[in-house]
Design a protein around this ligand. Structure first.
Ligand code: AMP
Ligand code: MG
Length: 407
């Protein structure tokens, strides 16, 4: 059995990054940047006013009250063609370019307009309310780095940098196969020997939230020929995800079926709960190797493993290093010492007094119980051999529902 971290690293390292494509900014949200991006302009391009008021020579407003002569206007999108001379003021608005000769903006509130005269009532420090050229960024400055998951803020910045499209990683295509003779699609005829395939739709959604494109292969019965036929349909994708049958019971046929198709197994057991039977390998074929990740069938195991191992695979395919998804929270109740497997406990997550996050593991952790996964706010992570802890101790958690992802 190998550790969760080692499994994640081995999975990510085995992935070959997918290709790159350009996308316009309105398609870039959530995509992974595949280039460093430099500003094509300086922002602001010239010195501008930060306020509505009057552009003046600072030396003219160091003793007040004083009266200046209004000689013109510089709104945003316009400019005053001349130079401001001693004793003169140009009416200016936020974003308006500072006229030559002026170095300071007097706030409108500190003045009184009297015909073409402006009475200045307050001293304004030299250079106040002026944004220097390039204050935000300068031409050529690299502000977005390859590997970044693009957020709304980044898209705004790219637009400000005058960059209308970005080169991003293609969406990895991932074949998803549910296996089990007991499974029917949601809405189908269930009964004592027939249950609904929850994992197929769940994994397709997980993949989309990770920036991949699911290629659904449907449900395969526990039958070697059926599994082999499905595996043939996975060829040409970037990753083959099988759900269920990953262990070595009589009806766990993934390894048996794919072995003759060139599957070289890297590992098939990870020290994790839920989810011990987790298989990773590569189907060798001339020209194109296909990585295969076999998740356990219990729905909570499948989804917890998705968060860790499918995530690592997708990160690898997107050319990124896997990130540590954990943050710290306070335990809401006592927990027992852990055994040899890294434990991911479904937990309630609330804000305690003072706003700190408090995570309380749910009393039942059966890996078939999907309703409690949907209702929980995080997973509390318990390292192998972690000691018993009292309520109030700090623990690592994986929070759900923060950030733009849809897990
Ligand atoms: P397995 O990993 O195939 O041994 O499956 C473990 C348990 O998960 C069994 O009770 C299966 O019926 C159940 N199971 C397997 N695949 C799915 C699925 N796609 N959706 C819901 N339950 C499943
Ligand atoms: Mg099964």
């Amino acid at each position: 059995m190998i550790s969760v971290d080692e499994a994640r690293q081995r999975i990510a390292a085995a992935m070959r990054p997918v290709g790159i494509e350009p996308v316009p900014l309105d398609q870039a949200l959530g995509r992974i940047l595949a280039e460093d991006v430099a500003a094509r302009v300086s922002q602001p391009p010239v010195a501008v006013s930060a306020m509505d008021g009057y552009a003046v020579r600072g030396a003219d407003v160091q003793s007040v009250p004083t009266t200046l002569r209004r000689v013109g206007e510089a709104p945003a999108g316009g400019s005053y063609p001349g130079a401001v001379k001693a004793g003169e003021a140009v009416r200016i608005f936020t974003g308006g370019p500072l006229p030559a000769g002026a170095d300071t903006v007097v706030l409108q509130e500190n003045t009184e307009a009297q015909g073409d005269q402006v009475l200045v009532r307050e001293v304004t420090a030299l250079g106040r309310h002026v944004r220097a050229a390039g204050l935000d960024f300068q031409t050529g400055q690299v502000l977005l780095r390859s590997g970044r998951a693009l957020r709304a803020r980044d898209i705004g910045l790219a637009a400000a940098m005058n960059v209308p499209s970005l080169r991003v990683r293609k969406r990895p295509r991932v074949a998803v196969l549910s296996t089990g003779s007991e499974l029917v699609s949601a809405g189908g005829a269930v009964g004592p020997t027939r249950i609904v395939d929850a994992n197929g739709p769940a994994l397709a959604a997980v993949l989309r939230s990770f920036g991949a494109e699911p290629v659904p292969l449907g449900i395969a019965r526990d039958d070697i020929a059926t599994l082999q036929e499905a595996a043939a349909r996975a060829r040409g994708t970037d990753l083959f995800l099988t759900l269920g049958g990953a262990s070595v019971g009589e009806h766990d046929l993934i390894q048996k079926a794919l072995g003759p198709q060139g599957l070289a197994v890297d590992f098939w057991k990870v020290a994790i709960r839920p989810g011990k039977p987790l298989m990773f390998g590569t189907m060798k074929s001339p020209g194109s190797d296909l990585p295969v990740l076999g998740l356990p069938g219990n729905p909570v195991s499948a989804l917890v493993c998705a968060l860790l191992f499918v995530r690592a695979a997708i990160d690898g395919l997107l050319g990124r290093a896997p990130e540590d998804p954990t943050i710290t929270a306070t335990l809401g109740r006592d927990v027992e010492a852990n055994d040899t497997r890294q434990d991911y406990m479904r937990s309630e997550l609330v804000r305690g007094e003072g706003g700190a996050l408090v995570a309380t593991p749910l009393p039942r952790q059966d890996s078939s119980m999907l309703a409690s996964l949907a209702a929980s706010g995080c997973l509390v992570v318990r390292a192998p051999h972690a000691p018993a802890l009292k309520a109030g101790a700090l623990v690592p958690i994986i929070p759900f529902g923060v950030g733009p992802e849809g897990y």
